[in-house]
Design a protein around this ligand. Structure first.
Ligand SMILES: [Fe+2]
Length: 259
């Protein structure tokens, strides 16, 4: 049996939420998607509120993953404890609430494991090693299929994770940079991989925010609260097709939508 898993890039702001709501259901229907994982850590620009998490679920996500901005909207903390379908990186220390992986009921009785990790290169240093945490978690996860979102800056760290988990999970994708990479592939032992999914939100932007604000920052101007850009939106995602009998990814392809 073929299992279709859609991984959707970081949803940015109200425009990203609205675009996701308008397009995700039809995209899933068109490609017979069985399970959908959406990175939501930028739903507030930085962070995500419980209301925004509910909006992402209502748009069609089965599981939400997060990243470095998990705690920017601290009101999400209780929601992370209460709702097992939203994950924060598993390699946060045990001092924070929530969970970093879960095993979820998929179609036809399949148990789908989803793990969220965060990288350490050019990120906060107070994270456990994502590689050793991933290995330890896999020993505990009783899943038929497992997929991993590594929220990280460095392409090298994301690439290394893909190869590290090759043959042990069915898909590994990167998030956080908001720039889609052109390296969608199936690794030798059958793990689907892409360095970064991209993002969901304003297309005419720098990572979702107004270009002038990004330029001002790099010119050394006064810091200002980032505002999301306006205009047409895009949704960037990768569809992983997994053969459930061999537990290998057999196809990985970009599904990107632009207004
Ligand atoms: Fe991020």
């Amino acid at each position: 049996m073929l299992f279709h898993l859609l991984a959707v890039g970081d949803v940015v702001g109200d425009q990203g939420l609205s675009f996701l709501d308008r397009h995700l259901r039809s995209l899933k229907k068109l490609h017979a998607v069985d399970f959908t994982v959406v990175n939501g850590e930028n739903a507030s620009g930085v962070g995500i509120t419980p209301r925004q998490a509910k909006d992402i679920f209502n748009a069609g996500a089965d599981v939400i993953t997060l990243g470095n901005h998990t705690w920017n909207r601290i009101q999400i903390a209780d929601f992370l404890e209460d709702n097992p379908y939203i994950l924060r990186p598993a390699n946060y220390t045990s001092r924070v609430p929530g969970r970093g992986w879960g095993v979820f009921d998929g179609p036809r009785g399949l148990r789908i494991g989803v793990m969220n990790l965060i990288g350490r290169c050019e990120m906060d240093s107070n994270f456990e090693n994502p590689f050793t945490v991933a290995s330890a978690a896999l020993k505990e996860m009783d899943a038929d299929l497992t997929v991993v979102d590594l929220h990280a800056e460095a392409t090298s760290e994301k690439g290394a994770m893909g190869w590290y988990l090759d043959g042990r999970v069915q898909a590994v994708w990167g998030t956080h940079t908001h720039v889609p990479t052109a390296d969608v592939q199936i690794l030798p032992k059958g793990t689907g991989f892409v360095t970064d999914l991209g993002m969901t939100g304003p297309a005419q932007s720098v990572l979702g925010i107004k270009p002038q604000q990004a330029i001002n920052r790099f010119l050394g101007g006064l810091p200002a609260r980032f505002e999301q850009s306006e205009g047409p939106c895009k949704l960037e995602s990768v569809l992983f097709t997994i053969d459930t009998s061999t537990r290998k990814c057999v196809s990985a392809e970009r599904l990107d939508i632009r207004e």
